[in-house]
Design a protein around this ligand. Structure first.
Ligand code: IMP
Length: 429
């Protein structure tokens, strides 16, 4: 078993990018397997900040192959913009990048449909990133009007395919919103033909490539996007994303069976954040919430929206950990809590007078959940320079122990700042 997986256990934005970047050094291949450019990863090193959305973090390391598998939905324009941004700073990355011919393509009609659908939900809007991700996955499940990367790179049939789909989409959009501007099939075909010509050299059967690589003993790192609680099947439906963003998505998204994964790392923030709508039992709609937002710079990488902030929720995160089957935790952004006098952790919910540590399936029930909080003393010391667990203030160590105990997994990594160096690797032996 030579594969490692990095999965967010909350509602996304757990700073997985930093952990993936750290681990990339000891891997040959980094794989993105679900989601699209709704995801945002920030990686900082050498005084530079890189914002990645569709490209795996391996793209920043020479000699590491980056693979985007069939479970990802690809907006070719966004993909190429990101690639060009990295190439202009780091040089050519061509030979190190593979894109699955099974991955589905995001087109302008996906954004147009999503805009109408979200507007139509009014106050019940999901609060999506408006990147056409859900509508693209919907077309994938619908099968009749979907285009995969393997189709995109076939110029002989692409014009006809785009024309047929646009005719259908224009009828749908006109029915949903009579004021919508019809899409121009020929203009879309021309634009996407140019993307296709540039992307064609990367497009291949990544499933087969990964099977062979694993058989040859290559070390593969799977990079999850979003978080387990946004999982389409297991998250806080309908306030979820449209892919399997828990560990469940690795197999379906990449074609690599889960038994290949020897180490599953669950990434958690030392507190909780959420973007978009949906219940959030430990949300802090007060000055402490604002303090966490300011200290943690909790504004969306993709949309810039302020993130909702709250205390660490061990019920929700424990559920995320069990869903994904994690071996250990990486606790991120611990330094963000450093100025607080005391810190609360949610250890159970009280729902309709009953105490529980089960995470409800229905959002109405989750919406009624009152957090049962355990209050811990803060440390009020700058910890950004600490590199060994034993050098952390006792209160900070106690906090990590409580997180570990309540979530039910050991802590292997603690992050105390955005830089690669600001990391504590816990020696459990
Ligand atoms: P979508 O993925 O754009 O359809 O958005 C659905 C929900 O998932 C919204 O609440 C988004 O804010 C949330 N979401 C999608 N991607 C991310 C992410 O990378 N981090 C955090 N939330 C996300």
């Amino acid at each position: 078993m030579s594969a490692t997986s990095v999965i967010g256990l909350q509602w996304g934005d757990e700073a997985k990018g930093k952990i993936v970047d750290l681990l990339t050094e000891e891997h040959d291949i980094v794989v993105r397997y679900q989601g699209g450019n709704n995801a945002g990863h920030t990686v900082q090193f050498g005084g530079q900040t890189y914002k990645l959305s569709l490209l795996p973090a391996g793209i920043l390391r020479p000699g590491v192959t980056s693979v985007v598998t069939g479970g990802v939905v690809i907006n070719p324009r966004a993909f190429l913009e990101e690639l060009d941004g990295i190439t202009s700073r780091n040089g050519d990355v061509d030979q190190d990048l593979l894109i699955s011919n099974r991955a589905h393509v995001v087109f302008p009609w996906h954004m147009a449909e999503e805009a109408v659908l979200e507007k139509g939900r009014g106050g019940d809007a999901i609060g999506t990133t408006m990147r056409g991700i859900g509508t693209c996955y919907r077309d994938k499940a619908g099968r009749t009007h979907a285009v995969r990367m393997g189709d995109l790179v076939k110029p002989e049939s692409l014009r006809e395919r785009v024309t047929t789909v646009v005719q259908h989409k224009n009828r749908v959009l006109a029915a949903l919103d009579p004021e919508s501007v019809p899409l121009d099939a020929e203009a879309i075909f021309q634009e996407y033909s140019e993307y296709a010509a540039r992307l064609a050299p990367f497009v291949t059967d990544t499933t087969s490539h990964l099977h062979k690589a694993l058989a040859a003993g290559k070390r593969v790192l799977f990079e999850g996007a979003q978080g387990s609680l946004l999982d389409l099947d297991h998250g806080t439906f309908p306030f979820v994303t449209s892919s399997n963003s828990s560990g469940a998505g690795i197999h379906s998204g990449s074609g690599v069976p889960e038994r290949e994964i020897g180490r599953m790392i669950g990434v958690v923030k030392a507190y909780t954040t959420r973007v978009g709508g949906g219940p959030f039992p430990t949300e802090l709609d007060d000055e402490i919430g604002q303090h966490i937002r300011d200290e943690g710079n909790e504004y969306g990488t993709v949309t810039g929206r302020p993130r909702r902030c709250g205390w660490f929720d061990a019920v929700a995160t424990g559920y995320g950990a069990r869903l994904s089957g994690v071996d250990c935790l990486a606790v991120m952004l611990l330094d963000v809590l450093s100025k607080l006098e005391q810190i609360d952790v949610c250890e159970a919910y009280e729902i309709d007078g009953e105490r529980t540590t089960d995470f409800p399936a229905q959002i109405e029930e989750l919406g009624r959940a009152q957090p049962v909080l355990r209050t811990l003393p803060g440390w009020q010391v700058d910890i950004t320079g600490v590199r060994r667990l034993e050098d952390l203030p006792p209160e900070a160590r106690a906090y990590i122990d409580v997180v570990s105990e309540l979530v039910g997994a050991p802590v292997d990594i603690v992050s105390v700042g955005p830089d690669r160096e600001q990391t504590i690797l816990v020696d459990r032996d």
